[in-house]
Design a protein around this ligand. Sequence first.
Ligand SMILES: [Mg+2]
Length: 372
Amino acid sequence: MVRFTGFEILHLRLRLRSPFTTGYCSLREKDAVILRARTEDGHTGYGEAPVFGRPDYLPESVDTVIPVLSRHILPPLVERELGSVQELISTYAWVAGNGAAKTAVEQAFLDVRSQMTGVPLHRLWDGRRRHIEAGTSIGSATDLERTLHEIDAAIPYGYRRFKIKITPETAQSMLQAVRDRFAHVPLSADANGAYRVTDVDELVRLDRFGLLCIEQPLPPGDLLGHARVAGALSTPICLDESVERAEDAATIAHLRAASMVSIKPARAGGPSAALSLAAECRSQGLETWCGGMLETGIGRALCVHLSACEAFSLPAEISSTAQTFEQDVLKAPIEVADGRIDVPQSSGRGYEVDEDVLGRLVVGSTVVGRPG
Ligand SMILES: [Mg+2]
């Protein structure tokens, strides 16, 4: 039984090592929301609501997850006995959407649960991998020099996939310059929905760069358009923003709108929902990876454990935390070496949170129930 006595919702602000620029935004700092949960028997669980400061990439943001957690999801959990993750989820199943908020509370529960049962978090599912393969996302859609520099800096880590952000205006010149400098890196491109189906000929011209995939070329709702693009290109199409629920897998497979899917717990509605979605995608013949959202080490730890499960077939999108932030919240960074991350085998999340650093990064907090 897990019995929470109280929660702290911590709003953090972390300095990025280099600006992160996509079709949505350009960031020098990353806002984050961390949930710290205490239990009656002295366990502390952490979860992250993977959001940004503004509701541009996800409908949720710092300004939505804090009140949704503090007013709706967390109060009924204080001093309540919870026997399983299904029981936990059932307490807030009435809340529509808000997958990032739900991810935070489910992660905190799983963290505590795995500590109590003495197993690594991924063993609460069917996770068996001792190492996972990692890819990195280079966040600069408009600055060629910075993109080249960041790829150069990431090469020693041996990533299995280098993903760059593209826009219709910059794609050809950016990819040409990257290929001129790095002819053989395993490269993919993420358009974050910036093209329209009428740009199909422009997208076909990207085939010559030998990309592992083009991610989300068209807006999320345009599955028919993606089917047309996927039929015209030899480069595989990966969908990200388009995929929210398990039923989407059959639709994508039926339409042949993509052959790969990037799965994010926050979009799926939590880690359990993300695993169900990934399993459904695999059963429909789609390749899957666990996608990142510029999380702190706490959120990345969840992606490491999820990626230890067979439902994820391609390298996860988890960069080394030391590469992303000037200071992260974990005592030891999540490290990528030779393109791989060791999956922690100790009980719980397996990464120790640095409470001092965490405290220094807090810019606001809300308490529900008894404080620590
Ligand atoms: Mg993406």
